[in-house]
Design a protein around this ligand. Structure first.
Ligand code: TMP
Length: 214
């Protein structure tokens, strides 16, 4: 007889550039593994071979390379592959999935920051994903000047197309992520991303434990 496996939880981390998502995801995964949970770390755009190929079209090159709608379609196309081939199968096997970005990034980047309307981005996500959504979204929030300084200190010139989009672009992004959190309080939590890695990791863990671990 096939044993019913309890479905995993889907957690997404969101925020502007330099918020420290990748580091925090590694810390969070360790804490979950200590609880004997199976964990998969993944990212967008990416997470599948097709998605990683699409990523290369988006994170490199001239800032004005694409129309906002083209970008939204490319990110969403990569997301469809990601959900169907990686995220949903893992959740069904009982694996907890942590994704570095998901649909809220399209809302913030292509919507608020690049000018597509909220309705357009939401319609596109509904068309592509139906009602599929994260169980919990952590929005790492940091003042733009601090965040951009962190990206400069990181000093990698690769995959920096969005980083080059200018200060006001990044201010719109920050405001958009905070709006998303205000509009969907049951799914989203804002995490203060200032301070040391350990301080932020502790805020992240407390939030995830309180929201998802019985
Ligand atoms: P990363 O630097 O966090 O790995 O993400 C790659 C870039 O892609 C980042 O600058 C944000 C951008 N992005 C969008 O513009 N829209 C999206 O839907 C996603 C998932 C990412």
């Amino acid at each position: 007889m096939i044993k019913n496996v309890e479905r995993g939880c889907f957690i997404t981390l969101e925020g502007g550039e330099g918020a420290g998502k990748s580091t925090q995801i590694r810390h969070l995964a360790e804490r979950l593994k200590e609880r004997r949970l199976d964990v998969l770390i993944t990212r967008e755009p990416g997470g599948t071979p097709g998605g990683e190929a699409i990523r290369q079209l988006l994170v490199n090159g001239d800032t004005g390379r694409w129309q906002p709608m083209t970008e939204a379609l490319l990110h969403t196309a990569a997301r469809v592959e990601h959900v169907h081939k990686v995220i949903e199968p893992a959740l069904s096997r009982g694996v907890w999935v942590i994704s570095d970005r998901f649909a809220d990034s399209t809302r913030a980047y292509q919507g608020a920051a690049q000018g597509l309307s909220v309705e357009t981005v939401d319609d596109l996500q509904r068309l592509a994903l139906g009602t599929f959504a994260p169980d919990l979204t952590l929005i790492l929030d940091l003042p733009v000047t601090v965040a951009l300084k962190r990206t400069q200190e990181r000093g990698t010139a690769a995959e920096d197309r969005y980083e080059r989009m200018g200060h006001s672009f990044h201010e719109r992004l920050r405001a958009a992520f905070l709006d998303i959190a205000r509009n969907e309080p049951s799914r989203c939590r804002v995490i203060d991303a200032s301070g040391s890695i350990e301080e932020v990791a502790s805020r992240v863990w407390t939030t995830v434990r309180d929201a998802l671990i019985p």
